[in-house]
Write a protein that binds this ligand. Structure first.
Ligand code: ITT
Length: 194
């Protein structure tokens, strides 16, 4: 069964494509089909994931799967949250977003730096599928005072994960793929697909 992976983020493609292939899907990345991402106007992760999956399904006529995710920082009242990808503005990139987060957290002490990553994955069988599959996963960690590690993407180098005693960016992709918020959401999706 062919399915479009509705993301423009190569980090997500790395972390999702072969897992979905293991589920038995023939995965085609949206970017390889020249499809752009729609504007993310939703007010929740679920809504934005739905928007992305629906747009890709509409453009291809294929089933589609999307991930909307973000970093929720307690001390910042849940920021950057839904706006994780554009925290430093619409022309900001991952590096600018990380810089902004570090600046906002400058005066937050060690014990107050808890955060979680959230991943919401939505799968649609077709554009107007009235009952999408929705799967969510979370991962708890702590925001560091400086970047550490070169792997991963986004906020990984600022996200210390106590069970592994290192940041997500210090984990090899294969390791991150076993334990991350996205891994957990994919595991839930797998259950729902049964
Ligand atoms: P698509 O919408 O095209 O999938 P995106 O990067 O815009 O790509 P989101 O709208 O879901 O994705 O934004 C999520 C942001 O949250 C992403 O840009 C990262 O900065 C951050 N993020 C999500 N998952 C992450 C992870 O596993 N590690 C590090 N940062 C992550």
């Amino acid at each position: 069964q062919k399915i479009v992976l509705a993301t423009g983020n190569q980090g997500k493609v790395r972390e999702m494509a072969d897992v979905l292939a293991d589920f038995g899907f023939e995965v085609v990345a949206q970017t390889d089909l020249g499809i752009e991402s729609p504007e993310e106007t939703g007010l929740t992760f679920v809504e934005n994931a739905l928007l992305k999956a629906r747009y890709a399904a509409k453009m291809t006529g294929l089933p589609a799967i999307a991930d909307d995710s973000g970093l929720v920082v307690q001390a910042l009242g849940g920021e950057p949250g839904l706006y994780s990808a554009r925290y430093a503005g619409t022309d900001g990139d991952d590096a600018a977003n990380r810089q902004k987060l570090l600046e906002k957290m400058t005066n937050v002490e060690e014990t107050q730096r808890q955060a979680k990553f959230v991943s919401c994955i939505v799968m649609l069988r077709h554009e107007t599928d009235p009952s999408p599959i929705i799967a969510e996963g979370e991962c708890q960690g702590v925001i560091t005072f400086a970047e550490k590690g070169d792997n991963g993407f986004g906020y990984d180098s600022l996200f210390f994960y106590p069970p592994k005693n290192c940041t997500f960016a210090e984990l090899e992709t294969v390791e991150k793929k076993k334990i991350s918020h996205r891994a957990r959401a994919l595991a839930v999706l797998k259950e729902r697909l049964k």
